[in-house]
Every structure is written in structure tokens, then in C-alpha cells.
Design a protein around this ligand. Structure first.
Ligand SMILES: [Cu+2]
Length: 186
């Protein structure tokens, strides 16, 4: 028996809403790093009109990995996904009282480099990549995520990236908006 459309549609919407709520709950429960840092929704802002993703990127937010973390995550445990072709602004600041840090977007290769390498996108670097920024310092990094693929948000201060100071950037040809998620460490 066919149901009238005006009966079916609210039912479908109800199902969709329930699934979305369940998914949201699961994400919240899993969005926690080894030291208990959770994804803060305020880290990421998206403007669909200007196709701009703004991400608050904090070096040494916690003591995880001797301070060699971004936003309390290391070794790829946090993933920023942006749609291909969007503008990306990293509001980078170092909060580590002990170590300087920098940031570069680099390709996701077999081995994490031991120091600075050419960035994967033009301008996708904080500058001062070797010496880094000391506590309380930072800069905005602006680039266009022009090619799809897997990339690292990497600290180029020698030794830091190889010691685990990197998270992930996924540039997606199919995503319609930016998002943040956790992932297993590598
Ligand atoms: Cu560093």
C-alpha cells in the first residue's frame, strides 16, 4: 500500500534527524586525543559563500608528545577535511612554553621529513620554518587547496615532524563543507 506523500516525508525527515543525532553523539564520544583533548567546534569556521575554511591551529596546546602536538593531537590523530578549491586560513599560534614550532602543508609520503621541505601548495607555510615561533607568537597561513589528496599539517622545526608533530589535511573532491575528525595515530 502506498502512503500519501505528506505522510511519508515527515517520517523520512524524522529518520534522518535521528541518524544525524546518533552520529553526532558517536563523534563526540570518540573525538578525544590520548591526553583527553576533545575537538572544539570553535576551532573551525566555514564560509560557504567565499569558500573559506578558517582553522585555529595551536602548537603545543597540551604537554602531549613533549609539547610537539597541534591542538593536543599528534601523529595524524586529527584530520581537517576541506573541499577541493576552497581557501584555507590557518590561524597558527604557538602556546608551547618550551619549544618553538612552525607549520607547513606537505604531501603525505612514506616517511615524515626531518625538517623543512617545499610546501604542497603555494604559500602553505608559516615562514620561519627552521627556527619556528616561540610561545605566544604565530601567524596566519593562507593558501588555496587546489589539488585533492592527503597532506600533513607538519611542524618543520628540525626533528619535530619526525617525532610526531603532524596532523592531517584531506582535500576532498566530494566534500561540500570543511570538517574536523579524529583518526588513529600512525
Ligand atoms: Cu614543532
Amino acid at each position: 500500500m502506498r502512503l500519501p506523500v505528506d505522510v511519508m516525508v515527515p517520517g523520512v525527515r524524522g529518520l534522518f534527524l535521528t541518524s544525524a543525532l546518533l552520529l553526532g553523539a558517536a563523534t563526540t564520544a570518540e573525538a578525544q586525543s590520548a591526553t583527553g583533548v576533545r575537538i572544539d567546534p570553535a576551532w573551525l569556521r566555514a564560509d560557504a559563500v567565499s569558500k573559506t575554511a578558517e582553522f585555529k591551529l595551536v602548537g603545543g596546546l597540551t604537554e602531549l608528545n613533549g609539547g610537539m602536538n597541534f591542538n593536543g593531537f599528534s601523529r595524524g590523530a586529527l584530520v581537517l577535511t576541506v573541499p577541493q578549491g576552497w581557501n584555507v586560513v590557518l590561524h597558527f599560534k604557538n602556546q608551547d612554553p618550551n619549544l618553538p614550532h612552525s607549520v607547513e602543508i606537505i604531501p603525505d609520503g612514506a616517511a615524515v621529513p626531518g625538517g623543512p621541505v617545499p610546501p604542497a601548495f603555494e604559500h602553505a607555510t608559516s615562514g620561519r620554518v627552521d627556527q619556528g615561533f616561540s610561545a605566544g607568537q604565530g601567524t596566519d597561513v593562507r593558501f588555496v587547496a587546489g589539488k585533492a589528496g592527503a597532506f600533513l599539517i607538519f611542524c618543520a622545526v628540525p626533528g619535530h615532524g619526525a617525532a610526531g608533530m603532524w596532523i592531517r589535511l584531506a582535500v576532498s573532491p566530494s566534500a561540500d563543507k570543511p570538517s574536523l575528525a579524529t583518526a588513529p595515530e600512525r
